[in-house]
Design a protein around this ligand. Structure first.
Ligand code: PMP
Ligand code: GLU
Length: 394
C-alpha cells in the first residue's frame, strides 16, 4: 500500500523548476551549462527595496501580521492600480499571498467545486492545470495557435464554454510564449465573460515586461468586467523579487474574504518584513523597472534574430515577458521525437538547459528564458546552432 494520496499522485512535477534545479546541480559539479530554464530575472533586487526590509527587521517588525497582508501594503497596491491601470479598488478587495503562485492556488480553492471547469489557453504556464486539479476542478484547454502569435481569441474560448465553466484564464503577457493579447481582442474576451457569467483570472505578473506597448488590464474595460476579474500580480518579475515570495490579488470583496479564510487556516500572513520591502517597491522610484525592461528587450531582439537563422528552428517575436517559444519541429526525428527528447539531447550534448514545450502543452516547441546575461545567451545560441546543424546536416 502506498501512503501517497490520489491528489498528490496526480500532481505532475513542475518542469520549469525541475529543469532549473538540474542545470544548477550540473553547474555545482563544475559543468559549464548555459541555463535558459530559469523563469526569474537575473538582476538583484533594487537596493532601496532591500533597505526597507532591513529597516523593518531592525525596528522589530518580526511578528505575525494580518493574514491577508498589512494595511499599508494593501493601500500601496490600491495606489498602484489607480496610478498605472486607472482602476479603483479598496484595501478590502486586496489580499497578499506567498507569491502569485499561492494567490492563484487560493483562487481555485476558493472558487471551484468538484467538476467545475476552467478554460486555459495553450500554451499555458505549467502550474495552472495542476492547481485546478488540486482543487478538484477540470482544466479545459483552448488553443492559442502559433500561427496567431500564440494569442487566444474570444471565439476559441467561446467554443469551449459549458454549463460547468466557471473561470477563464488570461495570461497576457504570457508565460511561456511572451504573447500579448491585443486590446480589441481582450475587450471581446471581457464581453464574453460578462455575457456568459464567467470569472476571469487575469494573471498580469509580466505587466511591466512589455516591449514597445503599454499593458492593458482586462479589468479596465468597465465595472461589469472589473467586478468579475480576479486580477493577479506580484513582485517577482517587475522588481526581481522572486525569493521574497509575495503576490497579490485584487478582486471582488466576497471572494477576497473567502481566500482570506483559506489563508487564515493554511499559511497565515506573508513574511512580515518582506511586506515592508514590497511597500518600498511600489511607492519608491520606478526607474529600476525600466532599466530591467530595456535590458530584456535588447536580449529578446538578439535571441529571436539568432533563432530564426538556425536551421530547423523558427521563432515568433514575443511582445512581452522574458521567454521565447521557438518551434523546433525541424529538429525532430525518429530518434528525437519530441521536445522532451530534444531537451535531454541538448543538455547532455551541448550543455544547454531549455524547458521542453510538453509541460506547456506544445510538444513541438521549447522554451528559452532570456533572463540571463547577454554573454551567456550568445554562448548558448552558438551551442544550439552547432547542435541544430549537426541534427539537420546543414
Ligand atoms: N504566473 C506566471 C505566469 C508565472 O510565470 C509565475 C512565475 N513562476 C507566477 C505566476 C508565479 O510567480 P510568483 O509565485 O513568484 O509570484
Ligand atoms: N515562472 C517561472 C517559470 O515558469 C518560475 C518557475 C515556476 O514557478 O514555475 O520558469
Amino acid at each position: 500500500m502506498s501512503w501517497i494520496s490520489d491528489r498528490a499522485r496526480n500532481c505532475a512535477p513542475s518542469p520549469t523548476l525541475g529543469m532549473n534545479s538540474r542545470a544548477n546541480a550540473l553547474k555545482a559539479q563544475g559543468v559549464d551549462v548555459v541555463g535558459f530554464g530559469a523563469g526569474e530575472p537575473d538582476f538583484d533586487t533594487p537596493e532601496h527595496i532591500k533597505q526597507a526590509a532591513i529597516d523593518a527587521l531592525q525596528r522589530g517588525f518580526t511578528k505575525y501580521t494580518p493574514s491577508s497582508g498589512i494595511e499599508d501594503l494593501r493601500r500601496a497596491i490600491c495606489e498602484k492600480l489607480q496610478r498605472e491601470n486607472e482602476l479603483r479598488y479598496d484595501p478590502k478587495q486586496i489580499i497578499v499571498s506567498i507569491g502569485a503562485k499561492h494567490t492563484i492556488y487560493n483562487i481555485f480553492q476558493a472558487v471551484l467545486d468538484p467538476g467545475d471547469e476552467v478554460l486555459i489557453p495553450v500554451p499555458y504556464w505549467v502550474s495552472y492545470p495542476e492547481q485546478v486539479k488540486l482543487a478538484d476542478g477540470v482544466p479545459v484547454f483552448v488553443d492559442a495557435p502559433e500561427a496567431n502569435g500564440f494569442r487566444v481569441t474570444a471565439a476559441a474560448l467561446a467554443e469551449k464554454i459549458t454549463p460547468r465553466t466557471k473561470i477563464l484564464v488570461v495570461n497576457s503577457p504570457s508565460n511561456p510564449s511572451g504573447a500579448v493579447i491585443e486590446p480589441d481582442e481582450l475587450r471581446r474576451i471581457a464581453e464574453l465573460a460578462v455575457e456568459r457569467n464567467l470569472l476571469v483570472l487575469s494573471d498580469e505578473i509580466y505587466e511591466h515586461l512589455t516591449y514597445g506597448r503599454k499593458h492593458v488590464s482586462i479589468a479596465s474595460f468597465g465595472p461589469e468586467i472589473q467586478q468579475r476579474t480576479l486580477l493577479v500580480n506580484g513582485f517577482s518579475k517587475a522588481y526581481s523579487m522572486t525569493g521574497w515570495r509575495l503576490g497579490w490579488l485584487a478582486g471582488n470583496a466576497e471572494l477576497v474574504a473567502a481566500m482570506g479564510r483559506i489563508q487564515d487556516q493554511s499559511t497565515s500572513n506573508p513574511t512580515s518584513f518582506a511586506q515592508c520591502g514590497a511597500v518600498a517597491a511600489l511607492r519608491g522610484p520606478q526607474e529600476c523597472v525600466a532599466t530591467m525592461r530595456s535590458a530584456f528587450q535588447d536580449r529578446r531582439d538578439y535571441i529571436v534574430r539568432r533563432l530564426n537563422a538556425i536551421p530547423g528552428i523558427s521563432c515568433v517575436l514575443p511582445e512581452g515577458a522574458f521567454y521565447v517559444l521557438p518551434n523546433i519541429g525541424g529538429l525532430l526525428s525518429e530518434r528525437l521525437p519530441d521536445s522532451d527528447a530534444l531537451a535531454e539531447h541538448l543538455l547532455a550534448g551541448v550543455k544547454i538547459a531549455v524547458v521542453p514545450g510538453s509541460g506547456f502543452g506544445v510538444p513541438h516547441n521549447m522554451r528559452l528564458s532570456y533572463a540571463t546575461s547577454m554573454a551567456q545567451i550568445e554562448k548558448g545560441l552558438d551551442r544550439l546552432e552547432a547542435a541544430a546543424k549537426e541534427l539537420t546536416g546543414a
